[in-house]
Ligand binder design. Structure first.
Ligand SMILES: Cc1cc2nc3c(=O)[nH]c(=O)nc-3n(C[C@H](O)[C@H](O)[C@H](O)COP(=O)(O)OP(=O)(O)OC[C@H]3O[C@@H](n4cnc5c(N)ncnc54)[C@H](O)[C@@H]3O)c2cc1C
Length: 351
C-alpha cells in the first residue's frame, strides 16, 4: 500500500508539496524515474506538462522510424506508468507562462500551482528566415509528429532536399536514402559537420556520404523555397549560386535553439545567446523564501525554499544524479564523467 504523503501528514495545504515539470521530454522523464527510484514521488504531487501528444520518448532514436520502427516503440515509459506512480501527466498541454511571484504555471489546460518548478523545455529547430519555409512539404526534424509526416510524404515522393549538413541532416539523409529516395544535402559551411570535425575529417565524411548515393553541395546559401512551376516535383529550393533543386519534400535541419521564452518572460536570467543561466546547483536566478508567500492562495506553507530549476540533457546522461537535490541544496551539479550518447549511423552501408 502506498505510504501517505509526508506533506499531507504534515497538514500542508495548497501546493506546498507540488513539483511541476514544464516540458515532457527525455529529461523530465528521467527526473520522474529518479524521483520514483528514490521514493520521492510519495512525498510530493508531481505534474508533468508536455505539449506533445505522447509521453516522453527516446528522441535520439527518432531516425529508427525511417527504418520502420513504430513511433510507439520509442516510448520511454507507457502513459500508465505515470499514473501508477501518482504522477499527473498533462499531454498536449502548453505552458503559457510561469509566474514565480505567485508560484503558478498557466497552461492551455488550466493552471497549476507549485512549490518547485523544473524547466525542461529542451530546444526547438532553428528556422533560418527563408521565404517559403512555411509551404506544405517543408518540415523540420525533431518530433515524432515530424518523422511521421516526413515518412508519409516520402512514401509518395522521390526527391528530398535537406537544408543542413549537420548530425540531424545526415541521419535523415541516410534514412531517406535507404528508403530509395533521391537525397540532396545543401550545406552553408565549407563542409559537413564542421562544428564537430576538422576539414580533413569532414572531407572523409563527405566522400563516405556521397558514396551512399547522397548528393552533397557545400558552401551554398539557400535563398528561398518556392512552388515549382514545372511538372514533376511540387517544390524547388533555390540558392544564391543560382542553383535550383526540385523536391517533393524539403527538410530544414539547421540546428536548434533553446526554448527559453517562458524563462525570459518570467524574468529569469538568460544568456544572450540563449538558454537559462543557472548556478552550479542548476538553480535559476529566481528564488523566494516560502515565508513571504504565505498569504498567497497559490503559495506554499511548506518549509522549503522555492526554486525554479533548469535541467537539460546532461542530467539525462548523468545516471548517478541524485534527485534529492530537489529537497536540499547540498550537492552541486556534477559535471564530470558523463556518458557519451551520440551515435552517428551514416556510415553503415546500404541495406
Ligand atoms: C533525430 C535526433 C537525434 C539526436 N541524436 C542525439 C544524439 O545522438 N546524442 C545526443 O546527445 N543528443 C541527440 N539529440 C538531441 C537530444 O534528443 C536532446 O538533447 C534531448 O531530447 C533533450 O532532452 P530535453 O528533455 O531537454 O528536451 P526535449 O527532448 O526537446 O523535450 C522537451 C519537451 O518539452 C516540450 N515543451 C517545450 N516547451 C514547452 C511548453 N512551454 N509547454 C509544454 N511543453 C513544452 C517540448 O515539446 C518537448 O516535448 C538528437 C535529437 C534528434 C531530434
Amino acid at each position: 500500500m502506498r505510504k501517505p504523503r509526508r506533506a499531507q501528514e504534515a497538514g500542508v495545504a495548497g501546493n506546498g508539496d507540488r513539483l511541476v515539470m514544464i516540458g515532457g521530454g527525455m529529461v523530465a522523464w528521467r527526473l520522474c524515474r529518479q524521483l520514483v527510484e528514490h521514493g520521492l514521488h510519495r512525498e510530493r504531487r508531481i505534474t508533468v506538462i508536455g505539449d506533445e501528444s505522447c509521453p516522453a520518448y527516446d528522441r535520439i532514436r527518432l531516425s529508427e522510424c525511417l527504418e520502420g520502427t513504430a513511433p510507439a516503440d520509442l516510448a520511454l515509459d507507457r502513459r500508465e506508468w505515470y499514473g501508477d506512480h501518482g504522477i499527473e501527466l498533462l499531454l498536449g498541454a502548453t505552458a503559457l507562462a510561469v509566474q514565480p511571484e505567485r508560484n503558478l504555471v498557466q497552461t492551455t489546460l488550466g493552471e497549476r500551482g507549485y512549490a518547485q518548478a523544473v524547466l525542461a523545455t529542451g530546444a526547438r529547430p532553428f528556422l533560418p528566415p527563408t521565404p517559403g519555409a512555411e509551404l506544405p512539404g517543408v518540415f523540420t526534424y525533431r518530433t515524432i509528429a515530424d518523422v511521421t509526416a516526413i515518412t508519409a510524404l516520402a512514401e509518395r515522393g522521390r526527391r528530398v532536399v535537406i537544408v543542413g549538413g549537420g548530425l540531424l541532416g545526415l541521419e535523415l539523409a541516410k534514412g531517406l536514402a535507404d528508403r530509395g529516395l533521391n537525397v540532396c544535402i545543401l550545406e552553408r559551411s565549407p563542409g559537413l559537420m564542421v562544428r564537430q570535425l576538422n576539414p580533413v575529417a569532414s572531407g572523409i565524411l563527405r566522400a563516405q556520404v556521397e558514396g551512399l548515393g547522397i548528393a552533397v553541395h557545400v558552401d551554398v546559401r539557400v535563398e528561398d523555397i518556392a512552388t515549382n512551376p514545372e511538372r514533376g516535383c511540387p517544390l524547388v529550393v533555390r540558392t544564391a549560386e543560382r542553383l535550383a533543386h526540385p523536391a517533393d519534400l524539403v527538410v530544414i535541419a539547421a540546428g536548434v535553439r533553446p526554448r527559453d521564452e517562458l524563462a525570459r518572460a518570467a524574468g529569469l536570467t538568460c544568456s544572450p545567446s540563449g538558454g537559462v543561466v543557472t548556478d552550479r546547483f542548476l538553480r535559476t536566478s529566481v528564488r523566494w523564501s516560502s515565508a513571504s508567500r504565505s498569504n498567497d492562495p497559490h503559495g506554499t506553507k511548506a518549509a522549503l525554499t522555492m526554486h525554479l530549476w533548469c535541467r537539460s540533457l546532461p542530467l539525462f546522461l548523468q545516471s548517478s544524479t541524485n534527485p534529492s537535490i530537489l529537497l536540499s541544496i547540498h550537492e552541486p551539479y556534477p559535471t564530470a564523467g558523463r556518458r557519451r550518447a551520440t551515435h552517428l549511423g551514416t556510415l553503415r552501408p546500404h541495406r
